[in-house]
Design a protein around this ligand. Structure first.
Ligand code: AMP
Length: 281
């Protein structure tokens, strides 16, 4: 497996593969890889001749007061995981390699980014869409793999691909969790032992919501209250948002009559965690 840090080497590798008619899968990540990422890489390896994993902590998707500087990084560990999974290449550029001094072109997907994480993290999806577009242009993958853990991101990327006619199939992959239900995340590494225990409240509150939906509850305010109250039971948890939105438009719904996304963002101490599930009618 190759590790490439610059665009020139990446492009010559991609050209060789394209010349020999290889299909290419791309897994974009910010590194500090875990089993959630691995599930995407494994699927990409099953479905493509060559797999590129990008490892890039993308500065343009972080807000001024967010964790860009302290975001965990461990390229050695990441390489081992990628190699063992059968990936062909890691693309790990520096910020300067991706953003020249005069960089001034950004991609904005409107409407879908108005709510949920989009409203809490202004500019976040602009940064995500810009870097993902650059990766699509550089790597020209046949398929690109994204986790349902970041459900809004998946919806936004799918929309961008349709709007801008990128020739790539977007594949959504299910959320991978710890044995106790906590969604795997690179940011879990910030949590103390006590906070890790407290973080179980995210999946637990969603579990309560799922039960009520199964029993026929249709009113989304009632459902929100159940999730909110359950989260408030945990003293270390501070709610950022609890939302019930249409799974396609991501607009809030009052009555649950079509497929909906139930999405939450919660601070556990200083660490912001997200989780969700989709309820299909
Ligand atoms: P990140 O490195 O956090 O930007 O994530 C890179 C990709 O891995 C994104 O498409 C995420 O949605 C996906 N991902 C992260 N955590 C998980 C998880 N627990 N299960 C499935 N996919 C995940």
């Amino acid at each position: 497996m190759k590790i490439v840090n610059n665009i020139k080497d990446l492009k010559s590798c991609i050209k060789l593969w394209k010349d020999s008619n290889c299909s290419i899968g791309l897994v974009p990540t910010m590194g500090y890889l875990h089993e959630g990422h691995k599930s995407l890489i494994d699927r990409a390896c099953r479905e493509n001749d060559k797999v590129v994993v990008s490892v890039f902590v993308n500065p343009t998707q972080f807000g001024a007061n967010e964790d860009l500087d302290k975001y965990p990084r461990d390229i050695k560990r990441d390489s081992k995981l990628c190699e063992e999974s059968g990936a062909s290449l890691i693309f790990a550029p520096s910020p300067d390699e991706m953003y020249s001094k005069n960089f001034s072109t950004y991609i904005n997907v409107e409407n879908l980014t108005d709510g949920l994480c989009g409203s809490r993290r202004p500019g976040h999806f602009r940064g995500v869409c810009t870097v993902v577009s650059k990766l699509f242009n550089l790597i020209t993958p046949n398929k690109a793999y994204f986790g349902e853990k970041d459900a809004q991101q998946l919806a936004v990327i799918k929309h961008m691909v349709e709007d801008l006619n990128f020739d790539v199939t977007i594949v959504g992959c299910p959320i991978i969790r710890e044995y106790n239900g906590l969604a795997k995340s690179s940011r879990n590494t910030y949590l103390s032992k006590e906070e890790k225990k407290a973080a179980l409240i995210l999946n637990c509150s969603l579990g309560k919501a799922k039960k009520l939906l199964k029993s026929g509850l249709k009113d989304s305010n009632d459902l929100k209250s159940v999730i909110t109250n359950s989260l408030r039971d945990e003293p270390l948890a501070k709610i950022d948002y609890v939302e019930i939105v249409d799974s396609i438009s991501l607009k809030p719904v009052k009555k649950i009559e079509n497929n909906v996304l139930i999405a939450i963002a919660v601070f556990i101490g200083k660490t912001r965690l997200i989780d969700n599930f989709t309820w299909n009618i």
